[in-house]
Design a protein around this ligand. Structure first.
Ligand SMILES: Cc1cc2nc3c(=O)[nH]c(=O)nc-3n(C[C@H](O)[C@H](O)[C@H](O)COP(=O)(O)O)c2cc1C
Length: 360
């Protein structure tokens, strides 16, 4: 018997994969929006994508509050700002994202969910399993909406709402969310301030597939050690502050550009150097000063995290890579900078400079 499943439109699907992956790779957490208002048709398209998300036993727990009222958005943004301040004071070393943009977004989609619908999910399961399925399902709807937004030239972000927290209470009151409805995720949405170049490392840093994929069974020889995990955590924590670099002020970016320009910034490289010491950093700087070809503009070092970032005005890629080799530096991720409008790189450099100074 033939069913519709026997006839996948293979050619069409193959075509769609390329577009889908393009959208997936283009999506990023947007923390700076253009002020342009959003037409309702676009918002509806985003919501429609959320509605079609899969959910455990099809329990469809989600409900969406679309906030476009400027005054309300500002008041909600203030709650996030206060939360940010309190988070920062709780753990000043952590690179907390900034929330100043929330009140400036043209639209907020507040993703709520009704926990009573968990009853649809298999009863014999322990309640915590049903809770997991409930949360996973909400996440599926959120990601559908994020991708739909990207496909429409919009951007958004997931903002976690900590439940049973004083800020959640304030949000509930402002949005008039009744019990037992839960507020799961806040999604500011709008036209992104910029679309960073996806080929630039840093915008979408992701672990490579070869690190993540196991065939048939888990390859235990690749189970990462505690040290490797710690190193990863440090790396992500140091470089993660996209919240910060997306919302760097114009002034600080201009100041950085002024300090760095006047030179041809052609190359930016990032190296992992386990066992890095301050002496080694100084040695590398001295070596660079005496090498006429490398033309190093900046060398930022995070000694504790074992990371280096070099910015160079060398004429060719070979000249820089030759210098790395001569210094015994491990192979680098090397990006070519296009200074004009290359905000992703400027932000990345700014972040690294900020982070390394703070560490010092
Ligand atoms: C479940 C989830 C919760 C998140 N919560 C927050 C959040 O509370 N605040 C924030 O600034 N970003 C949040 N993010 C965004 C992540 O920081 C971001 O996805 C990650 O750093 C990868 O960057 P990218 O989205 O630009 O690729 C969240 C993302 C997910 C998937």
């Amino acid at each position: 018997m033939s069913t519709h499943l026997d006839q996948p439109p293979a050619a069409e699907l193959a075509f769609d994969y390329d577009n889908l992956l393009k959208i997936i790779r283009r999506r990023y957490s947007v923390r700076r929006f253009r002020p342009d208002p959003l037409p309702d048709e676009l918002i509806e398209k985003v919501l429609e994508a959320g509605r079609w998300a899969p959910s455990g036993a099809n329990h469809q727990p989600w409900e969406f509050i679309v906030v476009k009222d400027r005054d309300l958005i500002q008041r909600l943004g203030e709650v996030f700002l206060r939360e940010e301040i309190s988070l920062r004071s709780g753990d000043p070393k952590f690179n907390w994202p900034q929330y100043s943009y929330v009140g400036e977004a043209p639209c907020l989609i507040v993703v709520c969910a009704d926990p009573r619908l968990k009853r649809v999910i298999n009863r014999p399961r322990p309640p915590e399993n049903r809770e997991k399925t409930f949360l996973f399902s909400i996440a599926a709807a959120v990601e559908h909406m994020q991708l739909a937004a990207t496909s429409l030239g919009l951007g958004g972000i997931w903002l976690t709402v900590q439940e049973l927290d004083q800020y959640e209470l304030e949000l509930r009151q402002l949005l008039k969310v009744p019990d037992p409805i839960r507020i799961a995720i806040f999604c500011p949405i709008g036209r992104p301030h910029a679309w960073p170049d996806i080929n630039e490392r840093g915008v979408h840093t992701r672990r490579p597939l070869r690190e993540l994929v196991h065939h048939n069974t888990y390859d235990v020889s690749r189970l990462r050690s505690e040290e490797q995990i710690e190193e990863f955590v440090r790396t992500v924590t140091l470089r993660k502050g996209k919240g910060s670099w997306e919302t760097e002020t114009e002034a600080s970016r201009t100041a950085l550009a002024e300090r760095l320009t006047g030179r041809m910034l052609r190359w930016m490289s990032w190296h992992r150097v386990p066992g890095l010491t301050p002496v080694r950093v100084e040695e590398l700087r001295a070596r660079a000063r005496h090498d006429p070809r490398v033309r190093l503009v900046r060398l930022f070092a995070d000694v504790e995290g074992g990371q280096l970032m070099c910015v160079s005005e060398a004429a060719t890629r070979d000249e820089v890579t030759h210098w790395f080799e001569a210094c015994g530096l491990p192979a680098a991720e090397l990006s070519q900078l296009q200074w004009e409008g290359d905000h992703a790189s400027i932000h990345e450099i700014a972040l690294f400079e900020h982070a390394t100074q703070r560490e010092a």
